[in-house]
Each structure stands twice: as structure tokens, then as C-alpha cells.
Design a binder for this molecule. Structure first.
Ligand SMILES: [Zn+2]
Length: 202
């Protein structure tokens, strides 16, 4: 039997968001959190590994769906900024957090955005607590569904094909295309949750 492939965290998430020094990365199996080698920054163990995995999934989704541009704060950016945890990812994380809670999948947000001096939006996404395998599955699915919702909202608002307007994902809940996409999103998440249920322990 072959050994399971270990995830090597992205170079960027292996450095401290506050002081840019290397992090002492701890995997999900560790009992101690990830810590900075220089300052007091702490991050849940396994967060960097799980975020790296989700980031790669988002990258693949963006590629498959033919997304080339992202609009953020009125600026047109290359879509390669979407999957990076310190790029546009934090906006998608906020969107996904809200929908995971609305769908009743989780009680507390799985993602947290921390200050990141070098981040495109001055933020970086990490996990709120050390993620368990089921939470990584839910978070990945929610993140991909959020991208899908973002594409639907953008098309409904007549953005050019291949463009995802991140600004629309931050608009007020009264925005009808966003609301419509959210309804569909919550429905698919609930269906996914129902499939996960038999394997979920007490
Ligand atoms: Zn630091």
C-alpha cells in the first residue's frame, strides 16, 4: 500500500502574517498550535495544511470554469489572485462562512481572516480552530460553492463571461441575484450535509 501523500503548505502560509518570519508549522496530528519563530503569533495546528489544500481546489475550480478576471473594489485583477489565502480568498471565506452557518452545517465560522501586512486586502484566511477531516470537507465544498455562486451573481449582473465580480459577493443581502444564488447554495449545502450525516459521530 502506498503512503498517503502529505500536503506541503504553500510557501506564503509558511510565513508569519504579522512579521513575515518563518512559522513553526504543526500539522493536524499535533497537539501544539503553529507558532511564529519570532513573534507571539499563533495559528491552529493543521490550518496551513488545510488552507493549502482548499486553495489548490479553488485554483482548479477557477481554471475549469474558465475564470480569467476578478473585479475587486472596481479594479480588474487577474483570476490568479482568487485562490491565494492572502489574495481575494478572504472575501470568499466570509461568503462561505455565512452560508455554512445559514445552512446549519456549523455553529461557528470555520474560517477566520487575520491581519496580513502583505495581503492584497490586508487579510489572510486561516482556520478558526484545528480542522477535523469532516470540517475540511465541508469548508472545501463551501468554498467551491461560493465561487460557483459568485459566477452566477456576476453573470446575472451582466458581467463579461470569464469574470467574477467579488464586489457583488459583498453586497447587501437584499441584492436579489446574490440572494437567489445564496438560496441555491444553502440548498446544495443541506443536501451535502444530509449525505455526510450517517458517518458523523455524536
Ligand atoms: Zn511573527
Amino acid at each position: 500500500m502506498t503512503e498517503p501523500k502529505r500536503i506541503e503548505p504553500l510557501a506564503y502560509v509558511a510565513r508569519c502574517p504579522l512579521c513575515d518570519e518563518p512559522l513553526r508549522l504543526c500539522g493536524p496530528e499535533s497537539v501544539t498550535p503553529t507558532s511564529c519563530t519570532s513573534c507571539s503569533y499563533l495559528e491552529p495546528q493543521g490550518s496551513a495544511h488545510a488552507i493549502t489544500y482548499i486553495s489548490r481546489c479553488v485554483h482548479e475550480m477557477v481554471r475549469i470554469r474558465g475564470i480569467q478576471k476578478a473585479i475587486c473594489m472596481g479594479n480588474e485583477l487577474d483570476s490568479s489572485t482568487i485562490p491565494y489565502p492572502h489574495g481575494l480568498f478572504p472575501v470568499i471565506s466570509d461568503f462561505a462562512n455565512e452560508r455554512m452557518i445559514t445552512a446549519g452545517l456549523v455553529r461557528e465560522p470555520l474560517f477566520r481572516n487575520v491581519k496580513d501586512a502583505k495581503g492584497l486586502l490586508g487579510r489572510r484566511t486561516v482556520f478558526t480552530s484545528s480542522p477535523r477531516p469532516a470540517e475540511i470537507c465541508i469548508a472545501t465544498y463551501a468554498q467551491l460553492q461560493s465561487i460557483d455562486a459568485g459566477i452566477s451573481i456576476s453573470l446575472a449582473m451582466e458581467c463579461p463571461k470569464g469574470t467574477i465580480n467579488i464586489d457583488l459577493m459583498q453586497s447587501a443581502p437584499g441584492n436579489s441575484p446574490a440572494l437567489h444564488a445564496s438560496d441555491r447554495f444553502s440548498r446544495t449545502l443541506r443536501q451535502a450535509a444530509a449525505q455526510l450525516q450517517p458517518n458523523t459521530g455524536p
